[in-house]
Ligand binder design. Sequence first.
Ligand code: SF4
Length: 375
Amino acid sequence: MATLRDVLYETVREGELYEKLDRNRVRCFACGHCCPIPDGQPGVCKVRYNRGGTLYVPWGYVGGVQCDPIEKKPFFHASPGALAYSFGMLGCDLHCSYCQNWVTSQALRDPAAVAPPLGVTPKALAREAVRHGAKVVVSTYNEPLITSEWAVAIFKEARAAGLKSAFVSNGNGTPQVLEYLRPWVDLYKVDLKSFDDRHYRQLGGRLQPILETIRRLYEMEFWVEIVTLVIPGFNDSDEELERLAEFLVSVSADIPWHVTAFHKDYKMTDPDNTRPEDLLRAADIGKKAGLRFVYTGNLPGLVEDLENTYCPGCNTLLIERYGYRILGYHLTKDGSCPKCGRAIPGRWAPEGFRHQITDRPYLPRRERLVRLGIV
Ligand code: SF4
């Protein structure tokens, strides 16, 4: 019987993010590992592989599709209330023991992770996104950097249909992949998991490429928001959170920082779930460091007013939220404070806020996906 690896190795095409080396080896630039790959071998992610001196990369399928509120990604300063049509492939370049998307991200590493690939074309996905009323198409669920070529193919169709695009990523990038993405990606969320290189090595990565990517993303004018899942005993010391927040301020005090609550998942079941007071402490550290927009996530209603956006100039309430739900929206059409006129950084929809299309995730209708050949 064909294994998942056999199936995935058939749905490929030649990659665009690599160079040829001697002895039929190649070097991949899609993520910060920059793997030199011998003939016949895959890279660390297991989904990009060298055959005969050519790098083959995933193509023509999704591991999952879902309609999400954009606030779930989370983007709080980009088209509030929009529907984010979200897709993912399979595989990841890290192996976080607490991954909340492990069924797709660890599909080629962990036999318990079973997510059958579903064949689809970029045009069909973009068409479905429009039909659902989405404003943004998002590559998420697995690490999108390692499947950048496929994401760009979809984003080209999405752009032609008038949609924006986004990456929800671990940020383990390279200058080459960011140049490749820049024309086609509008919004970029980085999951900054820790500020300790030893912790990153436990997850299968390094801290430095991620910090360099965040700085570069900002300089290249992607819209960037950062998330840190606060895990008790892993990354939540005052000292580590302070260094992390100070780094973000050194890039820009205007970058929104979301500190979100961990719950036991996958193989990480020892730490306690994050308590509201842990998030409030992390948020306080971010504000004291000078970040202007700090949000708490995953514990709606338990974190004082830290789900809302306030004007950093006059403290006027601009966007009121409960979880993913927008309760009040007071920004002007051009994204300014209605009281003091201060411009609030973000990618606000030019038509202004009309309503929220959904405040909870849902699956696109199955029969429609079958007709499109998605399942
Ligand atoms: S995407 Fe990253 S892990 Fe995968 S082959 Fe390329 S450099 Fe290696």
